[in-house]
Design a protein around this ligand. Structure first.
Ligand code: SF4
Ligand code: SF4
Length: 179
């Protein structure tokens, strides 16, 4: 593990959603409530601990962070009032804004949000191309054709009526985003 950043926990706690991080006393109730924790590298209580100890690179790269389904089971059961789900969201947003941070899920999130911003809805074909690249696209031509022939994928789905309003939501949100 790299040298930790002692100020990291304060940064997380200063971002809306991360305020309760420092209340964690490591009881593990969040982990025992989480439907995914048995399968993953770091459990929710360990993710909180990594963040408190300032292991930024490690915490942003935990599978737990990226597989969390926002079910809130951890948050509603935490005896210390730590909003674990919201803290996870803050950490994910930090990873998304960190230009040096690379991970497949980040690419997926980034491309997904960009397409929603541009078209007001998901453009499946473009999403597939952006995430898998031309190689993945050609490897899955048969599946793609099958979906296309059933009307599940459109070549030119067009923009949603009201796309500009969706774009404005994105612009406003980014302005108020993590510093
Ligand atoms: S349940 Fe709350 S206090 Fe306990 S480990 Fe999880 S976040 Fe920390
Ligand atoms: S919100 Fe995320 S971390 Fe919390 S219990 Fe649900 S899946 Fe697990």
């Amino acid at each position: 593990m790299k040298i930790q950043d002692p100020s990291f926990k304060y940064k997380v706690a200063s971002i809306p959603g991360g305020e309760t991080l420092l209340n964690c006393f490591q009881c593990g109730v969040c982990t025992s409530s989480c439907p995914y924790s048995v399968w993953l590298d770091w459990k929710p209580h360990q993710v909180m601990r990594l963040a408190i100890l300032g292991f930024k690179d490690e915490v942003l790269d935990t599978d737990m962070l990226w597989i969390c389904s926002s079910c809130y089971a951890c948050t509603v059961r935490c005896p210390q009032g730590v909003d674990v789900k919201e803290v996870m969201d803050v950490l994910r947003r930090m990873a998304l804004l960190d230009k040096g941070f690379v991970r497949d899920e980040k690419k997926f999130y980034t491309e997904f949000l960009d397409l929603i911003k541009r078209y007001g809805r998901l453009n499946t074909m473009r999403m597939f191309l952006r995430v898998t690249g031309l190689k993945g696209f050609t490897e899955n031509l048969k599946l793609g054709f099958s979906l296309f022939s059933k009307g599940k994928i459109k070549l030119f789905p067009g923009k949603l009526k009201g796309q500009r309003e969706v774009e404005e939501i994105f612009e406003k949100t980014v302005k108020e985003e993590v510093p």
